[in-house]
Design a protein around this ligand. Structure first.
Ligand SMILES: Nc1nc2c(c(=O)[nH]1)N[C@H]1C(S)=C(S)[C@@H](COP(=O)(O)OP(=O)(O)OC[C@H]3O[C@@H](n4cnc5c(=O)[nH]c(N)nc54)[C@H](O)[C@@H]3O)O[C@H]1N2
Ligand SMILES: Nc1nc2c(c(=O)[nH]1)N[C@H]1C(S)=C(S)[C@@H](COP(=O)(O)OP(=O)(O)OC[C@H]3O[C@@H](n4cnc5c(=O)[nH]c(N)nc54)[C@H](O)[C@@H]3O)O[C@H]1N2
Ligand code: SF4
Ligand SMILES: [Mo]
Length: 732
C-alpha cells in the first residue's frame, strides 16, 4: 500500500518541529508570580532532559528564581539544539502541583495506603533500620533494586556497598532485552542506546514494528527525516499505518505475531537468489550453508499465508533491499517483548543485516566511538557476594542482566533465594510489569518496599515508605554518557532549588549510607563534588562541562569498516554467527525457526500498544502542559469493525480480556482505516489509578490492565505482552 504524508505534516504530528514552548494559561496561578516583580535577565543553565532516557541536552532559562523557558542545547548530539514535544514540557513536570512534597510512611495497607507525613530523618531512619534488620536476618542479597533513569546510578552504588547485586529494570526484560541478546548472539555486541542506526546515510530502511516519530527519540527522528529527505526508500512493517508508515514507500500491514515468517522468507529469498554481500559474508560470517538449509521451507508463498501480505510485496521489498546493500538497515526498533520468541525474531533481523553487509557500513549499523568515564576515584571496594549463592537468572542462560521476571518470581516462591525488600527508583512496576496479580503477590511477601519517585504514581501506593526526589531541573545527578559516532558526556545541574522537601538522589543515598554504616562509600560533600571527582578521574574539564552542559570527544575509530579490514567479532567464533553454536549447545534453535502464535478468537481483538508522541509512559500523563494536549488515550479500532459492532466514533467503552477481566476505566472509541481488523491499538501510560494525580487519575485505560497473559522468552527471560485479546463492551 502506498500513502505518503508530507514532511511538514509528519513533523507536526510527531512534535519534533515545536520550538521552545512558552507557558500557556494552564499553569497554576501561583507559579505565575514572577510577572509581579521586575524581570531579571534570563540566566541560562545547561543541563539535560529526563522526560525520557534519550537525555537530550537542554538550556533552562531562569528568571527571578524560576525556570521560565527551556531550549535545546545545540552542543548535545542527542538533541542537536532541539527538544521533542515532551522535552519542551519541562515546566509541567517541575511545577506540577501534584508532585510528591515530603517523605511519607504508609500506616495503612499496601495498595490502600494511609499516609503519614514524615521528616527525612524519620523516613530514612526507618528504611535504614529495616535494611539493617534484613541484612542480619536474611542476607543483603534479599534486597533488590529496580531502576530506570540517571539517578539510578547512586542507588546501584548504594546496593553494591550494602552487599546486594540484585538489580533489575523493566527497560530490559520488558523492553529492549531480546533485541540486545539477539544481536549479541549474532554480532557479539548489541545496537546500543542511543541505537547505532545510521538512518541519515541509509538508502533503504525497513522498520519492523518500530513507530519512529511517535517513538520520539529526538536525534533518531531527525536522522530518519534526514535519510528520507536525501532519498532513502522506506518500508514499514506494522499492522497499523503509523505516522512513519504513512511516509513509507511500502506499508506492510502484517498480521500481528507473524513477523518471523516474513523475516525468514526474506532470508530465504536473499540466500537462494544470491543477493547477499558475498565478500562481506565470506570475510566476516560463519554458518551460511546451515542457514541456507534451515530456511528452505519458508517460501514467500508460505509467508504470504502466515502474514496476510501479498506475495509480490514480500519478494519486491527483499529484492529492493538487496539492491541497495550495504547502505541499508533492517531496524528492530527498541521495544521488543512481543510474542515470546523475541530473541529469535531479533536474531532473524540481525542475520538479515549481516547478509546485506550493513553492520559497520554507511547507512547501516555504525560502529560506535566508545568511551567511558571512570567512577569516582578511590572508593572502598564493594563487599563480595555470599559464596555459593544460587544464580537468579540461571533459567535464562543468555540474559545480559538480571531480569525483573526472575526477581519477581523469586519474591513469590523464595527460589532460588527469597527477597525481603524492593527499592524502586523511577519505575512504575504496577503498570510496567505484565501480570499485575503476580506483582502484587510478590510485593505482599516483602518486609519493605521503598519507592523513590517524583510523583504519587501508581507504584507509590504499594510502598511502605515514599521518598520524594526533586525533578531533573533541581538537581545534580550522575553523568549521562552518549556513545554514538562521537562520545559525549552530559552533566545535570540544578536550574533552581528543589521545591517542597524533595531531595536529589546523591543526597538521599548518602544519608541512607551513613545510617547503614556505609558512609565511606559516599565521600562527596555534595553533588557538585561528586561530579568534580568523576571529571578528575576522566580528564574532563569540570568548568567547561558545567558551562556547556555537554562535552564531546571525537571517535578514536571510524564508524565504518574500511575495505578488506580484518575484524574480530566478540562471539565464540570471532565471526558473525549466522548459525549460533552457543544456542545449539543450550538446546535452542541455532537458526531461528517459525513458531505459530494463537490468533484472537471470534469477537475478540488482539491488544496492541505503543507510544504517544506527547507522553512518556505514565511519567507525563499528569504533566499539565502535555495533558492539555493529550488528556487521555483512545481505542483505535478499524472503522468497518466498529460499525459492525455498533460503536460510535468518540463513545466511551470498556474492554474485557480473554480471562474475563473487565476494565475499571473507560476509553473513547476512535474509528480508523489505519489499522487491521483483527486488533485494537492504544498508547501506554493512561489508566492511572492514583487520586493524587489529579489530571491523569482515571483517564482512559492502561494497556497493562488488559495483559493477564504473557509468555517468557526462554533464551533471556523477557516477558512478551502482545498475546492478549479483548472484546469491546458497550456501556449499558
Ligand atoms: N503494558 C506495558 N508495559 C510496558 C510497556 C508498555 O508499553 N506497555 N513498555 C515497556 C518499556 S518499553 C519500558 S522501557 C518499561 C519502562 O518501565 P519503568 O522502568 O517502570 O519506567 P517508567 O514507566 O518510565 O516509570 C516511571 C516512574 O518514574 C517516575 N519518575 C519520573 N521522573 C523521575 C525522576 O526524576 N526521579 C525519580 N525517582 N522518579 C521519576 C515516574 O513518576 C514513574 O513512577 O516499561 C515496559 N512495560
Ligand atoms: N513519545 C515517546 N517516545 C518514546 C517513548 C515514550 O514513552 N514516548 N518510549 C521510548 C521507549 S522506552 C521505547 S522502548 C520505544 C518504543 O518504540 P519502538 O521500538 O519504535 O516501538 P514499539 O513500541 O515496539 O512499536 C509500536 C508499534 O508496533 C506495532 N506493532 C504491534 N504489534 C506488531 C506486530 O506483531 N508486528 C509488527 N511488525 N508491528 C507491531 C504497533 O502497531 C506500533 O505502531 O519508544 C521510545 N520513545
Ligand atoms: S527525546 Fe524528548 S523527552 Fe526524551 S530526552 Fe529528548 S527532549 Fe527529553
Ligand atoms: Mo523501553
Amino acid at each position: 500500500m502506498n500513502f505518503r504524508m508530507s514532511r511538514r505534516m509528519f513533523l507536526k504530528v510527531t512534535g519534533t518541529a515545536t520550538a521552545g514552548l512558552s507557558l500557556p494559561s494552564v499553569v497554576p496561578e501561583r507559579y505565575l508570580s514572577w510577572a509581579e516583580t521586575a524581570p531579571e535577565e534570563l540566566k541560562p543553565v545547561p543541563t539535560f532532559c529526563e522526560l525520557c532516557f534519550w537525555n537530550c541536552g537542554l538550556i533552562a532559562k531562569v528568571q527571578n528564581g524560576k525556570v521560565v523557558k527551556i531550549d535545546g542545547n545545540p552542543l548535545s548530539e542527542r538533541g542537536r539544539g532541539r527538544l521533542c514535544g515532551r522535552g519542551n514540557a519541562a515546566l509541567g513536570s517541575l511545577y506540577d502541583p501534584d508532585r510528591l512534597k515530603f517523605p511519607m510512611i504508609n500506616t495503612g495497607r499496601r495498595g490502600q495506603p494511609a499516609w503519614k507525613r514524615a521528616s527525612w530523618d524519620e523516613a530514612l531512619g526507618l528504611v535504614a533500620r529495616k535494611l539493617e534488620d534484613i541484612r542480619e536476618k536474611h542476607g543483603p542479597e534479599t534486597v533488590a533494586l529496580f531502576s530506570h533513569g540517571c539517578g539510578g546510578a547512586f542507588w546501584k552504588h548504594l546496593m553494591k556497598a550494602y552487599g546486594s547485586r540484585s538489580h533489575a529494570a523493566p527497560s530490559d526484560a520488558q523492553c529492549r532485552g531480546p533485541r540486545d541478546v539477539g544481536f549479541t548472539l549474532t554480532f557479539g555486541s548489541d545496537v546500543g542506546s542511543p541505537e547505532y542506526y545510521d538512518f541519515g546515510e541509509s538508502r533503504y530502511i525497513v522498520l519492523i514494528g518500530s513507530h519512529l516519530g511517535e517513538n520520539a527519540h529526538n536525534s533518531q527522528v531527525q536522522d530518519i527525516v534526514t535519510g528520507l529527505a536525501k532519498g532513502a526508500k522506506l518500508a514499514v512493517v506494522d499492522p497499523r499505518l503509523s505516522n512513519i508508515a504513512a511516509k513509507a514507500d511500502h506499508w506492510l500491514p502484517i498480521r500481528p505475531a507473524t513477523d518471523l515468517a516474513l523475516l525468514l522468507a526474506w532470508i530465504r529469498l536473499i540466500v537462494n537468489e544470491e543477493l547477499y554481500d558475498a565478500d562481506y559474508v565470506k570475510a566476516y560470517a560463519i554458518g551460511l550453508p546451515e542457514l541456507t538449509a534451515a530456511v528452505q521451507e519458508y517460501t514467500p508463498e508460505w509467508a504470504a499465508g502466515e502474514t496476510e501480505l501479498p506475495v509480490e510485496t514480500i519478494a519486491r521489498v527483499a529484492r529492493e533491499l538487496a539492491a541497495h546493500r550495504p547502505n541499508v538497515i533492517i531496524s528492530a526498533g527498541r521495544y521488543n517483548c512481543w510474542y515470546g520468541d523475541d530473541t529469535q525474531r531479533c536474531r532473524a533481523i540481525a542475520i538479515l543485516n549481516a547478509l546485506l553487509g550493513s553492520w559497520g557500513r554507511p547507512g547501516g549499523i555504525y560502529l560506535p566511538a566508545g568511551g567511558g568515564v571512570p567512577e569516582y576515584p578511590d572508593l572502598p571496594v564493594y563487599p563480595s557476594g555470599r559464596a555459593g549463592l544460587p544464580e537468579l537468572d540461571a533459567a535464562y542462560p543468555f540474559a545480559l542482566s538480571q531480569t525483573t521476571t526472575s526477581v519477581r518470581q523469586a519474591s513469590i516462591t523464595g527460589k532460588p533465594h527469597p527477597f525481603k525488600a524492593w527499592l524502586v527508583y523511577g519505575c512504575n512496576l504496577i503498570k510496567t510489569l505484565p501480570g499485575r496479580d503476580e506483582t502484587v503477590r510478590a510485593i505482599d511477601n516483602l518486609d519493605l518496599l521503598v519507592a523513590i519517585d517524583i510523583l504519587p504514581a501508581d507504584i507509590t501506593r504499594w510502598a511502605d515508605v515514599v521518598l520524594p526526589e526533586c525533578t531533573y531541573l533541581e538537581r545534580h545527578d550522575a553523568l549521562s554518557l552518549g556513545r554514538g559516532k562521537n562520545f559525549e558526556v552530559a552533566m545535570r545541574q540544578p536550574a533552581v532549588s528543589p521545591l517542597f522537601e524533595s531531595k536529589p538522589s546523591w543526597w538521599i543515598t548518602k544519608e541512607l549510607a551513613i545510617r547503614l554504616g556505609l558512609g565511606d562509600y559516599f565521600p562527596w560533600k555534595d553533588g557538585e563534588e561528586y561530579l568534580r571527582g568523576r571529571c578528575r578521574a576522566g580528564n574532563i574539564d569540570y568548568d567547561e562541562l558545567r558551562g556547556k552542559g555537554v562535552v564531546r570527544f571525537s571517535g578514536k575509530s571510524s564508524p565504518y569498516l574500511s575495505p578488506h579490514e580484518e575484524r574480530e567479532f566478540d562471539t565464540p567464533s570471532g565471526k558473525i554467527e549466522l548459525y549460533s553454536g552457543q544456542l545449539a549447545d543450550r538446546g535452542f534453535d541455532p537458526v531461528p525457526k517459525y513458531t505459530r502464535h494463537e490468533q484472537p478468537p471470534a469477537g475478540y481483538f488482539r491488544v496492541l500498544f505503543g507510544r504517544s508522541p506527547l507522553h512518556t509512559f505514565a511519567r507525563t500523563t499528569n504533566n499539565f502542559l502535555l495533558a492539555d494536549l493529550v488528556p487521555e488515550n483512545s481505542l483505535w479500532i478499524n472503522r468497518k469493525k466498529a460499525r459492525e459492532l455498533g460503536l460510535e466514533d468518540g463513545e466511551y467503552v470498556r474492554l474485557e480480556n480473554q480471562a474475563g477481566f473487565l476494565s475499571p476505566g473507560k476509553i473513547r472509541v476512535r474509528h480508523t482505516q489505519r489499522l487491521r481488523e483483527d486488533c485494537i491499538y492504544m498508547v501506554h501510560g493512561f489508566g492511572v489509578h492514583s487520586a493524587e494525580l489529579t489530571r491523569a487519575d482515571g483517564k482512559g485505560i492502561g494497556d497493562e490492565e488488559m495483559l493477564a497473559r504473557y509468555s517468557i522468552d526462554p533464551i533471556m527471560g523477557g516477558t512478551a505482552m502482545r498475546s492478549n485479546f479483548v472484546r469491546v463492551v458497550k456501556e449499558g
